[in-house]
Design a protein around this ligand. Structure first.
Ligand SMILES: [Mg+2]
Length: 197
């Protein structure tokens, strides 16, 4: 039976977004996120990270830098008793990837490619799964992948985002706004993702 999962954006959700993060020494967890991941771990909900990393095709970091940052994140989470289960990263960008076309666009959020690829590999049921992101394009990717819903963290009520978000909340997809990881988890516990807890 496919299991539902919790998909997380990385930069701005798990770690502070410093812009094209390439130095492990600059990794800092967003407060509350480790507890959120730990709760998902305890509930047996897979935690899957989907992260746009256009800094790679921009030439600002390479995959070794990315791996070093990932290792640091894993260490910090482990120290807090938390672990993610898998990560997908997309290096593409329309202005920086040679021959960028719809194949690349499917991988890069708001494309659903990273979410659906992880779901295929790990037997994840998308209709019961949720995503937490700090950008409308994260939420759009969740909707494009057919998830139950998306949680937008941070300050979701900027006027320039209102219309974008209104559009996202349509068509049987639930959009929820949460100002903190704690608030996101409190909401998730009311959804079918944590039905058994
Ligand atoms: Mg982000």
């Amino acid at each position: 039976m496919p299991r539902p999962a919790l998909f997380l954006d990385r930069d701005g959700v798990i770690v502070h977004d410093t812009g094209y993060l390439s130095d492990p020494a600059k990794v800092a967890l967003v407060p509350g996120t480790a507890a959120l991941i730990r709760a998902a771990n305890a509930a047996g909900v897979p935690v899957l990270v989907v992260t746009n990393q256009s800094g790679i095709d921009r030439g600002l970091l390479d995959w070794e830098d990315f791996a070093a940052v990932e290792a640091r994140i894993a260490d910090l989470l482990a120290a807090a008793g938390a672990a993610t289960d898998a990560t997908a990263a997309c290096p593409f960008h329309p202005d920086h990837t040679a021959g960028y076309d719809k194949t690349h666009a499917r991988w890069r959020k708001p494309g659903p490619g990273m979410i659906t690829a992880l779901a295929d590999r790990l037997n994840i049921g998308l209709p019961g799964s949720w995503l937490i992101g700090d950008q409308p394009r994260d939420i759009e990717a969740a909707r494009n992948a057919g998830l139950a819903g998306g949680i937008l963290t941070g300050d979701p009520i900027r006027p320039d985002r209102a219309l974008e978000l209104d559009n996202l909340a349509q068509c049987g997809f639930t959009l929820h706004a949460a100002r903190s990881p704690d608030a996101a988890m409190a909401f998730l516990k009311t959804t079918i993702l944590f039905d058994n807890c």
